[in-house]
Every structure is written in structure tokens, then in C-alpha cells.
Design a protein around this ligand. Structure first.
Ligand SMILES: [Ca+2]
Ligand SMILES: [Ca+2]
Ligand SMILES: [Ca+2]
Ligand SMILES: [Ca+2]
Length: 283
């Protein structure tokens, strides 16, 4: 399954346009950029890098990266290893390349810059700008660009994103079915889904505190969380049948932990667990 940018066009702002007030007008410099220029061709958006081509009528093909970063998970953006990277939370960096107009910079802004190029893990919508010395600001936030799903290839069919395997282990063989490299009780597959460190036995998805109020029918939990993931809290009376809490799927709090509470029916014995959810498509 490809990760797809749904849109067919991105607007270009006029060169030198003030970033605070993006110009949503057609640009004579570069015109419309088509992100699905041919049938069944798309940009692949992975957890750590992008690949594929877009097309601008006036500037030709633009490569987002060839899909084979030298280290297996992130373009170094040195000679022969260039492309656009994703930090896992949708923030983009690195360089796209057009033979006709040269480099298009996705890494010009810091993470606090509201105009940094990125997509939103909640809805896949692109925002912000990339910069081309020859074409000016490329407006990604025109409302046309959406990531439908993040591509997580699994060529060795062990349920673990190959890019994640290469990032942490440098190969596809160290992590596999049932492995737990750091021995923390969370399998490598579970750590991949939770985006925790598979080489650190103190780092895994866990509930760190719990409290009960309201006649033992309201629970408040704190758990470790990652900005790259979504979460569900589930509860059960028998450890067999689990129900999602009324919170459904939610984004974590900023920082290393997330606090949530909810009220459940009855005051019988209850068990709780937190489930990490891969974003996009939004579950
Ligand atoms: Ca795999
Ligand atoms: Ca593997
Ligand atoms: Ca582990
Ligand atoms: Ca771990």
C-alpha cells in the first residue's frame, strides 16, 4: 500500500511573499505542482523519509528522494544521498531536487517555526512552506495536500516496519517474531508500534500512576507516551474482554507522559491498559 498525497496540486506562493501572509495565488514562476502526475504514481510518505516524484508544468520533475537512504532510514543529504525526511511527527527536513530549478529546501526552519514544512498526524494535512532559490516559497498548506496513510513496508513479514528495524538494528534479521532485544518484556514489535527504545529496558509503554475517585468509578491514569503515536485506553473486568474507554483514540499530551481519566459503569473490579496506535490513517 502506498502512502498517498491525495491532492493533485500544491500552490506556489510568489517568490519573496511574506510567510505570515501566504499568497494563495498561481505563480508565474512555477505554476501548479502535481503530486500524482501519472496514474498509480504517488509520493511515498514513510515514518522517517519520503520518496517519489511530483511534477510542475513549468519546472518538470521534482524528486522527493529515491527511497533508498544509505543508512536505511534517513537521507543524510550529502552527495548521492538526498531527499526529504520526516521526524516521525510530520516535521519535514532535507532537500527535494529538480533538474530544472535545483534544490528545494524543506529544512530551513526550526521546529518552533509556524511556517515549517510539515503534515499533521491527526488529519494528514500539509502546512507550511518549502523554499527554492529559483522558485521562491512553495506553499504546502494550500489545502490540497493530504497524507492518506504512512507507508510502513514489512518485506520480512514479521509485523515490524522495516524502516524501524533498520533504524535501530541496521538490518531486518535482529528483530523478528517474538524477539525482545532489551529484555524489558515489551517485544520489539510492540516497541515499534509504541515508538519506544528497543535497546533500553527502562523505556517501554507503561502506566506510571493510577488513582480512583467517585466511588471507585472514575479512574485517572498517567502513562508514558510519544508524540509520534496515538493512544487508546481499554478496560476489562476479566482480562479477557476489553472495551475502549469513552476517550476513543486520542493524541498524547506534550512531553514524556500523558494523563487521562474517565468514568466507567459499576464499581466491580476493573483492569486498565493503554494501547499505542499508529497514526494515519486516523483509526
Ligand atoms: Ca519487518
Ligand atoms: Ca525482521
Ligand atoms: Ca523490548
Ligand atoms: Ca525498551
Amino acid at each position: 500500500m502506498k502512502a498517498i498525497l491525495t491532492s493533485v496540486v500544491a500552490l506556489l506562493a510568489l517568490p519573496g511573499a511574506a510567510l505570515a501572509q501566504p499568497t494563495f495565488a498561481y505563480s508565474a514562476n512555477a505554476g501548479w505542482i502535481n503530486v500524482a502526475p501519472l496514474p498509480d504514481t504517488y509520493i511515498d510518505v514513510g515514518e522517517t523519509f519520503l520518496s517519489g516524484y511530483v511534477y510542475g508544468a513549468n519546472i518538470g520533475w521534482i524528486s522527493m528522494g529515491d527511497g533508498t537512504p544509505t543508512n536505511g532510514y534517513s537521507y543524510a543529504n550529502t552527495s548521492g544521498d538526498t531527499g526529504v525526511n520526516n521526524d516521525g511527527t510530520g516535521n519535514l527536513s532535507g532537500f527535494a531536487y529538480s533538474a530544472n530549478t535545483g534544490w528545494i529546501d524543506f529544512g530551513w526552519a526550526g521546529l518552533a517555526d509556524p511556517n515549517r514544512p510539515r503534515f499533521d498526524l491527526a488529519d494528514g494535512q500539509f502546512h507550511g512552506f518549502a523554499y527554492s532559490a529559483n522558485c521562491g516559497w512553495v506553499n504546502l498548506g494550500s489545502g490540497y495536500l493530504t497524507v492518506l496513510n504512512i507507508n510502513r513496508p514489512d518485506t520480512d513479514a514479521d509485523g515490524i516496519d522495516d524502516t524501524w528495524e533498520r533504524k535501530w538494528f541496521g538490518n531486518l534479521t535482529t528483530a523478528g517474531l517474538g524477539t525482545d532485544r532489551d529484555g524489558d518484556g515489551a517485544s520489539d514489535a510492540a516497541e515499534a508500534i509504541a515508538d519506544t527504545d528497543p535497546l533500553d529496558r527502562s523505556d517501554y509503554l507503561k502506566i506510571t500512576s493510577q488513582a480512583y475517585t467517585n466511588g471507585q468509578t472514575t479512574v485517572s491514569l498517567v502513562f508514558t507516551s510519544q508524540p509520534s503515536r496515538r493512544y487508546r485506553i481499554q478496560h476489562s473486568t476479566d482480562l479477557v474482554n476489553w472495551s475502549d474507554s469513552p476517550l476513543a483514540t486520542f493524541a498524547p499530551d506534550a512531553g514524556p507522559t500523558t494523563a487521562r481519566g474517565f468514568t466507567f459503569a459499576g464499581n466491580a473490579r476493573h483492569f486498565f491498559r493503554v494501547v499505542a496506535v499508529l497514526p494515519l490513517p486516523e483509526p
